[in-house]
Every structure is written in C-alpha cells, then in structure tokens.
Design a protein around this ligand. Structure first.
Ligand SMILES: NC(=O)c1ccc[n+]([C@@H]2O[C@H](COP(=O)([O-])OP(=O)(O)OC[C@H]3O[C@@H](n4cnc5c(N)ncnc54)[C@H](OP(=O)(O)O)[C@@H]3O)[C@@H](O)[C@H]2O)c1
Length: 349
C-alpha cells in the first residue's frame, strides 16, 4: 500500500514531538514534512531539538536530519497534523484547509465551530458528516477536523457508556500534568511544593466541548447533549498524565455493577482495527489506590482512559477517578486516530 504523505505543523513543541514519535513507522502514514515558526525554519529538526526533545526515547532517525519549514501551504503532503500554538493555529490551519489540505488539529481554535467535527472515534464518529457541510460553507477543497482538549477527552471516553443511564449532570475536578502547558510551561518555583488552582480557559473548554462531543448529528449540524457540566481545573506537579475526579447524576439509577460492566464493554472500534486504537479504550481498576498517573498513563501505549474508585456519591449518583495520558490520547495520538478513522471512511481519498 502506498502510504499517505503527512506533515506536522508545530513539530517542535511538546505535542509536535509526540507526533514525530508516534508517526515513526506508521503503517498508513509517512511523514514528509516538518514545520514550525520562522524561528526554527531553515534548521534541521535535530539542531532545533537539541535540549528541547523531552521524550525518553531518542529523536527518530527519519526526523533528525530533516529541514524544518515554515507553516505555509506549499508542503508536499496531503494531511497536516497541527500542534500549533493557539495564538497562530486559527489563521494557519484555515489557510491550509483553503489550499486543499486535510487538517487534523489539536488546537482549540476551530473545535466549537458548528461545521467542524470535534471528534473522538469511539464516541461520535457520525460527526464526520459535518465535513461536506464545512467544505460547502467555506467553499474549500480541504477541511479541518479537531480533537478535544486533553482533559475533556479522557472524561468523555468514560462518560459515553453512561449516556444510556440518563446522564444529566457532571462535576469534575482535574489535576493536570505539567506537559499540558507546553514548553517551557509553568515556572518551577510556581509549581514545586504547590498546586495551581487556575488554568486559563480550561474549565470553559471542558464544559462546552463535552456537550458537543456527546451531542447528536442532526443532518445539518450537532445538537448538544442535554446535560450540565461543571469543571474545576488545577495544575499539579506531575510530568505527564491528567487525573480527574468525576461525579455523575444518572437519572435511570443503574447499579454500580451495571456502570462498571458498561465501561468495560465499551469498545465500538474493535472491528475496525485502527493502528492507534487501544484494545480496551476504558480500563477499570478495582484497587483502592488506582488509577495513578505514574502507573497508569502509558497503559495501551497511552491511548486508554484508566478508571478506578467507582463508587456511590452521596450528592450525585456515582463518582470515579479517571487517568489518561495528555500528550498521547489527549493530543497527538487522538489526532492520528482521527485521521485513521477518516481514512477508513473514505475522507482521505
Ligand atoms: N500539551 C498538551 O498536553 C496538549 C493537549 C491537547 C492540546 N494541546 C494543544 O496543542 C497545541 C500545541 O501545544 P504544545 O503544548 O505542544 O505547545 P508548545 O510546546 O508551546 O509548541 C508550540 C508549537 O507552535 C509553534 N509555533 C509557535 N508560534 C508559531 C508561529 N508564529 N508560526 C508557526 N509555528 C508557531 C512552535 O514552533 P517554534 O518551536 O518554532 O516556536 C511549536 O512548534 C496547542 O494549541 C495546545 O493548546 C496541547
């Protein structure tokens, strides 16, 4: 099979380097272009990433000698994965889509646009039907598909199997890893021995994206899910892996064992066998001290959401903790999985 040529926009950042790592030897995609700001353009990836590569395995050989280009729509590829800073992603991604590229984006800029899919393949694959509408609205041969915020995605994966029980209210308190703030991110003197109780814009993203993701495609757009979500987001002194304490109100009053069974049985992509797809999207741990980011963030190569401490809630119906990797399933891995789903559905033809 001829591999599809892909580029990475923002290849030098925290999420960009995850793309570089996860796309090495991908069975369907071949990275032909790496791009970043004009500060990095013109140098090789190896030169720019000296001291900036933060992953435990080395820079893949395919990327090291490759020149970094500017984020202009003259790249030799069909799909671009975007790990761009949100300050510039709106203009650059829009420009690529107008020039016929398929953009799989991590940035927040287009997530809530009515004609742009905000996609988790296991949760709302039918939202890809927004693509023809987007191309028509924008008179564009390319298009943009987005993945959710890194906190939203792990919570929504755990919530989707609970929709059948009449999910009407969600309260979530997040404890978010440092890599989620990019590089260099939060100053060490602010976070050592500390918890920061505010992450700009994060609570609003979790609250609004959840309703779109769990909403339904109505033929002309997405009708938001009929529920309320309240989020409190905190930055904690953890390298990778977000932890979230979630309480849910379930109007149909299922038993605790029904909830756990629904989460464990949830595997809608099983038959598709997508390369990045985890064997089990939700893993439920029974131990009282799990999940923990240090122990559970890399299970299923960082693509699963690990749930534990499922129990009754005296205020809502039930509560649980979910942990997931923020730069793999929460960012680069999510965008690659979205592109894999698009390929199987004919959107990359
Ligand atoms: N970190 C996470 O866990 C996470 C999770 C989900 C979503 N996201 C989203 O993913 C995106 C990237 O996040 P990050 O944490 O990887 O950020 P980051 O480490 O700060 O990287 C930002 C990237 O954007 C590039 N860039 C900045 N200004 C540019 C410009 N004017 N033109 C072209 N490229 C430019 C940078 O290139 P230079 O190196 O050349 O400056 C760098 O490659 C953000 O939109 C973020 O909100 C992050």
């Amino acid at each position: 099979m001829n591999k599809i040529k892909v580029g990475i926009l923002g290849a030098t950042g925290m999420v960009g380097q995850r793309f570089v790592q996860l796309l090495e030897n991908h069975p369907w995609f071949e990275v032909t272009e790496l791009a970043a700001s004009e500060r990095s353009a013109g140098k090789t990836y190896g030169q720019v990433m000296e001291g900036r590569w933060k992953l435990s395995a080395d820079i893949p050989a395919y990327a090291r000698a490759r020149p970094i280009k500017e984020c202009l729509p003259n790249l030799d590829c069909k799909v671009v994965f975007s790990a761009l800073d949100a300050d510039v992603a709106g203009e650059i991604e829009g420009n690529f889509a107008r020039h016929g590229y398929i953009v799989s984006s991590n940035a927040r800029n287009y997530r809530m646009e009515p004609d742009v899919p905000l996609l988790i393949p296991e949760v709302n694959p039918e939202h890809l039907k927004l693509v023809p509408l987007q191309k028509k609205n924008r008179n564009s041969s390319g298009f943009i598909v987005t993945n959710p915020n890194c906190t939203t995605i792990h919570m929504v994966l755990a919530l989707k199997p609970l929709m059948q029980f009449g999910l009407s209210q969600v309260m979530v308190t997040s404890m978010q890893a440092l890599s989620g703030a990019g590089y260099p991110g939060v100053p060490s003197l602010d976070i050592l021995d500390n918890v920061l109780p505010f992450i700009g814009g994060e609570e609003e993203k979790v609250q609004s994206e959840t309703l779109k993701l769990l909403g339904s495609f109505n033929g002309a757009g997405v009708t938001n899910a009929d529920m309320v979500v309240s989020a409190s987001c905190n930055r904690v002194n953890v390298n990778d892996g977000h932890t979230e304490a979630v309480s849910v109100r379930l109007d149909k009053k299922p038993s605790l064992s029904e909830i756990v069974a629904a989460m464990e049985a949830f595997n809608p992509l099983k038959e598709l066998k997508l390369p990045m797809s985890p064997d089990h999207p939700i893993i439920v741990r029974r131990e009282s001290n799990r999940p923990q980011p240090k122990l559970d963030r890399t299970v299923e190569k960082g693509m699963a959401s690990v749930v534990g401490r499922v129990r009754e809630c005296p205020v809502m119906s039930y509560k649980f903790t979910v942990v997931g990797h923020n730069t793999i399933r929460g960012a680069a891995g999510a965008a690659i999985l979205n592109a894999e789903l698009m390929k199987t559905q004919g959107y990359l033809e």
